[in-house]
Ligand binder design. Structure first.
Ligand SMILES: *Cc1c(COP(=O)(O)O)cnc(C)c1O
Length: 343
């Protein structure tokens, strides 16, 4: 995490960094993120209970709530904890206007520049800005937007241009770039960047490896072999008997399945490493187990270490084999998996 944050720092070329730690730090555990991102300029997330935990754990720096308040009571929580709230819609603006007393709440105004998820439409931006800056119990600290297509070449250009046009003359700090925009777009990053997935060492781009971007996997999902079977040609493996041994071969049974967050859709051929050697999953992934081809690691036996993803097996490759993205696999790590810090 520290390595990736340093890399983001260099790419950011002076812009400050919100390290995005939503979804339990993309599955890595907020406590670990707190250590890894101690040098970030702020932490960004969506969960109020987790923001409270951060404060109670000693994080005194800035915290940005990326979806803002979900209900009016969140305003009091934000004031009490010193959280900055994104304001992205009329309802949230109304809640702030209805709160005439109490400590000042810091907010950031979100603009919809084409993604059409959260944010004020361009025609509403000036009015929302004026209403926010008129409130004595609100301090407007920034303007932000989010890109739909920053992972495609030039994919953020139109949205960025729209943003810059909309904020012309508004004296506020800006924040635009997610991981993809931070890595790829050297111009127009804004005053703050908001990398998430890259800080955990996965690639935000479909066809480009994290290692090629200089990133290092923060998460290793590892288990061990709990069984080995010697197959003859024609023997089948697992539920549905989807894999048939073409010749005599050894397979290993690893104690990891979809109840651990390993994707069931990862079928025969998905990369996996046994005792540090890359091989492949064979047959169907079940709840608590999956089966691997031991042909490239003939010495491997019960107890051998199995890396499901990490430094040897990029999470993005596993994700691609399962028809998803690294983000989803990280976040889906199941509660029963023991998470421990290494190093
Ligand atoms: C999740 C999120 C990010 C981080 O995106 P990555 O693709 O993980 O870098 C940035 N900004 C907002 C608003 C987000 O919700």
């Amino acid at each position: 995490m520290q390595h990736n944050l340093e890399l983001a720092r260099r790419r950011a070329a002076g812009a400050r960094i919100w390290a995005v730690v939503k979804a339990n730090a993309y599955g890595h555990g907020l406590a670990h993120a707190l250590r890894g991102f101690a040098l970030a300029d702020g932490l960004a997330m969506v969960e109020f209970d987790q923001a409270r935990w951060l404060r109670e754990s000693g994080w005194a720096g800035r915290i940005l709530m990326l979806e803002g308040a979900f209900e009016p009571v969140d305003l009091d929580e934000a004031a009490a904890l010193g959280l900055e709230l994104v304001v992205h819609c009329e309802q949230q603006l109304g809640w702030l206007e209805a709160r005439s007393r109490g400590p000042v709440i810091a907010v950031q105004l979100k603009l919809n520049t084409g993604m059409n998820r959260l944010g004020f439409q361009p025609a509403m931006v000036r009015q929302a800005y004026a209403r926010l800056t008129a409130l004595p119990t609100v301090q407007l600290r920034g303007l932000l937007t989010h890109f739909a297509d920053a992972d495609l070449p030039g994919g953020a250009d139109a949205a960025r241009a729209r943003f810059l046009e909309l904020v012309t003359g508004l004296p506020q700090e800006s924040s635009l770039a997610n991981s993809a925009a931070l890595i790829d777009q050297c111009h127009g990053r804004g005053d703050w960047v908001r990398p998430g997935v890259a800080l955990y060492g996965a690639s935000p781009f479909a066809g480009r490896s994290a290692a090629g971007l200089g990133l290092r996997a923060a998460m290793t999902l590892a288990s061990r072999l709990i069984g080995v079977q010697q197959l003859q040609a024609g023997d089948r493996v697992g539920y549905g008997s989807t894999f048939t041994a073409p010749a005599p071969m050894r397979i290993g049974v690893a104690a990891c399945g979809y109840a651990d967050g390993y994707p069931r859709r990862a079928s025969t051929g998905t990369p996996v490493a046994v005792a540090g050697v890359r091989t492949r999953v064979v047959g169907r992934v079940s709840m608590d187990m999956l089966t691997v081809d031991l042909t490239p690691v003939p010495q491997a036996d019960v107890g051998a270490e199995v890396e499901l993803w990490g430094e040897t097996v990029p999470i993005d490759e596993v994700a691609a084999a399962a028809g998803t993205i690294g983000y989803e696999l990280m976040c889906a790590l199941a509660p029963r998996v023991r998470v421990e810090a290494i190093g």
